[in-house]
Ligand binder design. Structure first.
Ligand SMILES: NC(=O)c1ccc[n+]([C@@H]2O[C@H](COP(=O)([O-])OP(=O)(O)OC[C@H]3O[C@@H](n4cnc5c(N)ncnc54)[C@H](OP(=O)(O)O)[C@@H]3O)[C@@H](O)[C@H]2O)c1
Length: 332
């Protein structure tokens, strides 16, 4: 039987505006970096996408090279989209990116106009879409002139193949430069995608968080749970079905040190005092002010998404709680 979305899907989710744009995103978005490649399970992919959408998660995030192999997450998403999600296209924000290595030769990486145009065409074809809602430049390119990359983004939006432009992994200075160029081009640049969590404060140090607030741009935070570290997954060893064991490319076993687990246990205790799971507290911490638009979580099963969306009912932190989180994180 084909999928029928829950009639209650908009009852509880909260939507935040991306900076001062017209685009609203759910405070929890869902990323398909892991578990959607050809090594993933088809039924599980469907269950996760449907659970997400039934819970008001209207935003699915992809990139050209998500897999493995590269491109397969877009292809697998496209198959499910075609079979079950197409009737809901106008309720969905689907994003993809180009900027990392995708195909061989000089035109399948970084930030040239040639790469961005070709990559988006490939992504649209794999997903079976006419357009994406957000197209990102995936990382800063130290060699291609920023004007070229930003003009390509702007022209892509003008072509109708993307509705909004975004940039990912930029620091504050380069984001301000990009923003100025895109403003001149009247391009709807609305969002930054960056890593941020209790354990990774880079965007506070490199000026991105402040620049986004000042430029009225959104931030969607990736790896908000530090790839699963900031959950109950690794409190008692390394489970066989965890990312460390099932993938191991990006979250490696040597990250699970005694010191890390000790810190995670302390954070878990603090979360329990607040009546939250560790994952919920970690997401709550990112959304503690208004600067971040959405936390972009990954999942290996639907129940994790259901746990994570409970932060819609989050509670403020006391100064003392924030101090304790900083103190514990600094020791990890
Ligand atoms: N722009 C970029 O450069 C960039 C880079 C990385 C990611 N991203 C985007 O960000 C998305 C999310 O990244 P991420 O997957 O690293 O995010 P994450 O949310 O930090 O980690 C997701 C992992 O945490 C575990 N998890 C999630 N919720 C849980 C819960 N409630 N209880 C226990 N464990 C839970 C699962 O691990 P197990 O598999 O162990 O169960 C899941 O696979 C990606 O899919 C992608 O769209 C973008």
């Amino acid at each position: 039987m084909s999928y029928q979305a829950s009639s209650e899907r908009y009852d509880t989710m909260e939507y935040r505006r991306c900076g001062k744009s017209g685009l609203k995103l759910p405070v929890v978005s869902f990323g398909l970096w892991h578990n959607f490649g050809d090594t993933g399970d088809d039924d599980n992919m469907r269950d996760m996408l449907f659970t997400a959408f039934d819970s008001g998660i209207t935003h699915f995030d992809l990139a050209n090279n998500y897999g493995p192999p590269y491109g397969s997450a877009e292809r697998n998403f496209g198959k499910i989209f075609k079979e079950d999600l197409r009737p809901y296209r106008d309720e969905l924000i689907i994003s993809t990116k180009a900027g990392y290595d995708m195909w061989e030769g000089p035109y399948g990486n970084w930030g040239s106009r040639k790469y961005l145009f070709a990559s988006l065409d490939q992504s649209l074809s794999r997903m079976g879409l006419d357009y994406v809602d957000i197209f990102y430049h995936h990382r800063m390119d130290p060699e291609t002139p920023l004007e070229e990359t930003m003009t390509a983004l702007s022209d892509i939006v003008k072509s109708g193949k993307a509705l909004y432009a975004g940039i990912s992994n930029y620091d504050g200075i380069h984001m301000r430069q990009a923003s100025a160029i895109l403003k001149d081009l009247h391009c709807p640049f609305v969002i930054n995608q960056n890593r941020y969590s209790v354990l990774d404060r880079t965007i506070e140090r490199n000026g991105l968080k402040q620049a986004a607030a000042e430029e009225n741009k959104g931030i969607i935070v990736f790896s908000p749970l530090a790839q699963g570290l900031l959950t109950d997954r690794y409190l008692d060893g390394i489970p066989e079905d965890s990312r460390v064991r099932t993938d191991g490319r990006f979250l490696k076993a040597d990250r699970i040190t005694e010191k890390t687990v000790e810190g995670l246990k302390k954070l878990n205790g603090l979360a329990a005092e607040r009546g939250q799971s560790l994952a919920q507290m970690a997401l709550n911490w990112i959304l503690r002010d208004d600067v971040v638009t959405s936390v972009l979580v990954g999942a290996s099963r639907p129940s994790q998404l259901l746990d994570n969306i409970k932060i819609v009912n989050r509670s403020p932190f006391s100064g003392e709680e924030l101090r304790r989180i900083d103190e514990i994180a600094a020791q990890m």
